[in-house]
Design a protein around this ligand. Structure first.
Ligand code: 6IA
Length: 141
């Protein structure tokens, strides 16, 4: 199974360590196409050595190639929102993980969208259980 993990880069890197933990967990179920999202050394500027056209083209190819999308959406990100909209158009299964304790409000473009499976969590263990349930629904498809 190929899973596209989406998380904020230029939207802010405050959850980068959390992304890394989630990616480590998701790797138990298949290939994570976007492992670099959890790279704590990657700053909010993104990678400097490749140009944005390259990043956009590569990431859209990966979204197309993926069997499912898992996004951590607590830190608002234009890029993640765009990827989710595109993935929805492609009919990909989408799980959005959101931490209400952050005090940040989720965009109505996600919270009001019945296509998105949006799950609230507070701890990493809760997130892992949610991911496990999501993957098992995919395996039953
Ligand atoms: O608007 P944002 O930058 O927060 O959008 C984040 C989303 O853009 C992520 O889910 C990524 O899929 C995508 N993205 C992927 N790579 C990059 C990148 N540098 N810079 C910015 N956005 C990216 C490349 C990382 C490198 C270590 C290969």
């Amino acid at each position: 199974m190929k899973i596209y993990f989406a998380g904020s880069i230029r939207g802010g890197r405050e959850d980068a360590n959390l992304y890394m933990s989630l990616i480590d967990d998701i790797k138990r179920y298949g290939t994570v196409l976007t492992e670099h999202i959890g790279d704590a050394t990657l700053s909010a500027q993104g990678e400097q050595t490749v140009d944005d056209t390259f990043i956009y083209t590569r990431d859209m190819d990966w979204v197309r190639e993926s069997d499912a999308i898992i996004a951590e959406v607590t830190t608002a990100s234009l890029g993640v929102g765009y990827e989710l909209g595109q993935a929805e158009s492609m009919g990909k299964p989408i799980l959005c993980l959101y931490r209400p304790q952050s005090g940040k409000r989720l965009s109505a473009m996600l919270s009001g969208n019945v296509y998105m499976k949006i799950k609230h969590y507070n701890t990493l263990d809760e997130a892992k259980d949610i991911i496990k349930d999501f993957i098992s629904t995919l395996n039953n498809l």
